[in-house]
Design a binder for this molecule. Structure first.
Ligand code: GDP
Length: 528
């Protein structure tokens, strides 16, 4: 088998999705510990804690190194190469999260056993379902009193519409937590606080009749377990690889991330069964990872990693072929050839120059504004990957400049920051306003801070009479011109030069749509 195929088959590229506080950061940290990517508990934690408060988050973001490397965390485990793509924790950055989900082959859903399926989990699962992304589930915080495991599985099945196949089963919960039982391995892993870091460090019994088990967990717990196992064997689904890969069934693990309990069982199963890199659709054909020519798409951009140099890093997911340092790639949107010598890789939580990378991997491409989210790179074929959306923002503000002489810098800053995808920048046809759209309120603070910090511009954001935006398209050039003339007051150009209708009210939007049947109004703009 070629190196390219071997390397492809050992890639596991995924993201963790959860409602805030379910334990995503804690679990990420434990996975990195197992992968040897970090040495000490607490290193991911510190980053996340700081991120909670806006001001701290910003101070921290200034240390660009941290935020780059944490966007993609690559580590080896049991002969596989795991790529864990970070999704921003704060709800205000959900657009970013959606786009990260276009770049993974599977996802891991974390649920708090006391809270069950929460609102943000539901939203994120909707996105996963659109693409039939395979999902593994980790039900966390077993060391606390939670809801009954059967009830939790029922909720996942009914609310998220995916069948559950429990792989491990809790023995007790909260103060009564004794361990978990692995249904496929027929093993009891005993919960012992401060232990369980590795298999060697755990007490494991083979089978429910193993000598010493009853003594270790108590007669009552053992009887309860036997009863529950009988119950779930009748009521739940057995694990089925095909169903899992089709996104119809989720393997479920129980554990406690903070205690490192049940995590290795999850990771072992994950690297064995989670899908390797999958095929991806372009406008013209499907591209298979086994294809030898390189293809990839950009799903995320981070600007001003190094404020002194105004550089930006574009994160590209490799879909086929092999990347080697110094190779030439075609950027299909612009039809330009670029030589990439210094792409970043994310091995061992360090920025390093990568020599080669394979399907499933993410590489970071330095650029000065020439690469956009959604861009496709190939070795010459003119294809474009689809499905990387730009959502209509829900909040709008007008930028107000304190020093009018800084207009140029303000425009530049807004345009460059909006290329990262978290905010969008609109210039109305009929005024000199600069309007910023975002999906969350926090983003305006972040932009104001960064304008000052990175561009030396003192700007604030004030309310503006816009409630929603729609990208407008019309195949008939004459009708489009008519529409443009009639509605110029409410039209604007976005950062990519596309025409956008900025609606002052929902009613206005509806009326305008009714009056212009030839025009299509789209709530997302596909990057293509
Ligand atoms: P995130 O917002 O999903 O990233 O959640 P965090 O990983 O930051 O966890 C939220 C809180 O839950 C933190 O205070 C964690 O220490 C705590 N936590 C995480 N895992 C567990 C667990 O297994 N048991 C208990 N009791 N607390 C946990």
């Amino acid at each position: 088998m070629s190196i390219h195929l071997q390397e492809t088959q050992r890639r596991r590229t995924f993201a963790i999705v959860s409602h805030p506080d379910a334990g995503k950061t804690t679990l990420t940290e434990k996975l990195l510990l197992f992968g040897g990517a970090i040495q000490m508990a607490g290193s991911v934690k510190g980053r996340k804690a700081a991120r909670h408060a806006t001001s701290d988050w910003m101070a921290l973001e200034k240390e660009r190194g941290i935020s780059v490397t944490s966007s993609v965390m690559q580590f080896p485990y049991e002969g596989k190469i795991v790529n864990l793509l970070d999704t921003p924790g704060h709800a205000d950055f959900s657009e970013d999260t959606y786009r990260v989900l276009t770049a993974v082959d599977s996802a891991l859903m974390v649920i708090d056993c006391a809270k069950g399926v929460e609102e943000r989990t539901i939203k994120l699962m909707e996105v996963c379902r659109l693409r039939d992304t395979p999902i593994m589930t980790f039900i966390n915080k077993l060391d606390r009193e939670g809801r009954s495991p059967i009830e939790l599985l029922d909720e996942v099945e009914s609310v998220l519409g995916v069948a559950c196949a429990p792989l491990t089963w809790p023995i007790g919960m909260g103060k009564r937590l004794k361990g978990v039982y692995h249904l496929l391995l027929d093993e009891v892993h005993v919960f012992e606080q401060g232990k369980n870091f590795t298999r060697q460090d755990s007490t494991i019994f083979k089978g429910l009749n193993a000598p010493g088990l009853e003594q270790a967990i108590g007669t009552e717990a053992l009887n309860e377990l036997s009863e529950e196992l009988e119950l779930i064997q009748g009521a739940s689904h057995p694990f089925d690889l095909e169903q899992y890969h089709a996104g119809k069934l989720t393997p479920v693990f129980f554990g406690s991330a903070v205690n490192n309990f049940g995590v290795q069982l999850l990771l072992d199963f994950f690297v064995e069964h989670a899908p390797e890199p999958r095929s991806r659709a372009t406008l013209s054909r499907e591209i298979k990872p086994a294809e030898e020519k390189l293809t990839g798409f950009v799903f995320k951009i981070q600007a001003n990693m190094d404020p002194a140099h105004r550089d930006r890093v574009a994160f590209m997911r490799i879909c086929s072929g092999t990347y080697t340092a110094g190779m030439k790639m075609l950027q299909t949107r612009t039809n330009k050839e670029v030589r990439i010598a210094n792409a970043l890789t994310f091995m061992a939580s360090d920025r390093e120059i990568v020599e080669s990378a394979y399907p499933g991997d993410v590489i970071g491409l330095h650029n000065h504004g020439t690469i956009s989210i959604g861009d496709t790179f190939t070795e010459g074929e003119a294809v474009s990957f689809t499905g990387i959306p730009n959502f209509a923002p829900e909040l709008f503000r007008r930028a107000r400049l304190r020093d009018p002489l800084k207009m140029k810098a303000l425009q530049k800053g807004l345009a460059q920051l909006s290329e990262e995808g978290a905010t969008q920048f609109f210039r109305p046809l009929m005024s000199n306003d600069l309007i910023l759209g975002a999906v969350g309120v926090l983003q305006f603070d972040v932009v104001a801070y960064r304008l000052k910090d990175e561009y030396g511009v003192d700007a604030s954001f004030e309310p503006v009479g816009v409630v929603t935006a729609r990208w407008v398209h019309c195949d008939d050039a004459k009708k489009l011109e008519e529409f443009r003339e009639k509605n110029a007051m409410n039209l604007a150009i976005d950062a990519a030069g596309e025409l956008v209708y900025l609606a002052p009210s929902r009613v206005n939007l509806q009326l305008t749509q009714e009056r212009s049947p030839a025009v299509r109004f789209s709530a997302t703009r596909e990057h293509a």
